[in-house]
Design a protein around this ligand. Structure first.
Ligand SMILES: [Zn+2]
Length: 335
């Protein structure tokens, strides 16, 4: 068996990433199987909007960004890919629910139809975690693989799944919500989603800070605590101070980081057993603190296949993964 990769659509597309406080936009050119030229210039600060919670000024800003990118691009733009927070039905281009970090758009809202009417361009809309996974799959760390799991470790835990070259959407567009698998049953920690003991509540940066405070409280007598806390109280300490203490080789801090790797491995190993991916990509602001060798060791206790047979790599597209992925999806769906 020598599976071939899905054909790559070539062309020029605009990629837009709608974040909580900013809209990022750029033009992306796909010229052959491996080539990607990206001009990722435009950033629009949503805080410039006079009324950031109103839909109309937000849509006006979005329309202006797309028009500017279209007018300044030498090769003609074929379509627009939008990566946005919130639950998205990409078939219809609908944002289905409201989302805390996107107050200007209260779903259900047909972003595709609205922007197509205003810009005259074809538009594809995708959830940001899915778009980022697709970006890494098409143009980033997972290029060349067909079965890819991406997880994003930040203040929360997100993710996206590509199976046989296709993004997993799920029956209700909630597929790939890896952060909310439960890793416990005894209601120890409540998640931001309202449920208990979600993986996110442990593997995220917020989760690591909570683990740090719990460990410090339960072992407050240890001599390394003072050096770890510095001027903070236990209630104040965050991941920044912990990482600094790891840098100073504080043994307690290293133990807490080891436990964080175990927390990551508990959830990740379960997902890997379901999907059996060839490639696992780890992105997000906390990814830089992951020790991949340590994580592989923790995973080897939990994953059914030999851990050496799975590639585990850091994401390479950073904050641009979503807009690049959305642009690829637009080219593939709309051409
Ligand atoms: Zn949750």
């Amino acid at each position: 068996m020598n599976p071939t990769l899905p054909a790559l659509m070539t062309g020029e597309a605009i990629g837009i990433d709608i974040g909580g406080t900013k809209i990022n936009g750029g033009t992306i050119r796909v010229s052959d199987q491996a080539a990607l030229q990206a001009n990722l210039g435009t950033v629009y600060d949503l805080q410039n909007l006079a009324t950031p919670t109103k839909t109309e000024p937000f849509l006006e800003a979005l329309t202006t960004i797309i028009a500017n990118l279209k007018n300044t691009s030498k090769p003609p733009i074929q379509c627009v890919g939008i990566s946005t927070a919130g639950m998205v039905d990409p078939n219809r281009g609908m944002i289905l629910g409201s989302t805390g970090n996107l107050p200007a758009v209260i779903g259900p809202f047909n972003l595709k139809a609205t922007l197509e009417e205003r810009t005259g361009l074809k538009v594809h809309v995708e959830n940001d975690a899915n778009a980022a996974a697709y970006g890494e799959y098409r143009a980033g760390a997972a290029q060349g693989y067909r079965n890819v799991l991406m997880i994003t470790l930040g203040t929360g835990v997100g993710g996206g799944v590509v199976v046989e070259g296709k993004l997993v959407q799920g029956a209700h567009f909630s597929g790939g919500e890896v952060g909310h698998i439960a890793i416990g049953h005894d209601k120890k920690r409540q998640c931001t989603c309202g449920r208990w003991d979600c993986w996110e509540a442990y593997a995220s940066g917020t989760g690591l800070a909570l683990t740090t405070r719990e460990m410090l409280k339960s072992q407050a007598h240890r001599p390394e605590v003072k050096a770890l806390l510095k001027d903070d109280t236990i209630e104040e300490i965050g991941t920044h101070a912990l990482i600094a203490a790891v840098g100073e080789k504080n043994p307690f801090a290293i133990e807490i980081m080891d436990l964080w790797h175990e927390h990551i491995a508990v959830g990740l190993g379960s997902i890997m057993n379901v999907l059996d991916p060839e490639m696992v990509v780890i992105g997000g602001g906390m990814a830089q603190f992951v020790d991949f060798e340590k994580l592989k060791k923790a995973l080897s206790q939990r994953v059914m296949v030999p851990i050496e047979s799975v590639h585990l790599e850091p994401a390479v597209l950073g904050n641009h993964a979503g807009m690049i992925g959305a642009a690829f999806l637009a080219l593939e769906h709309l051409n």
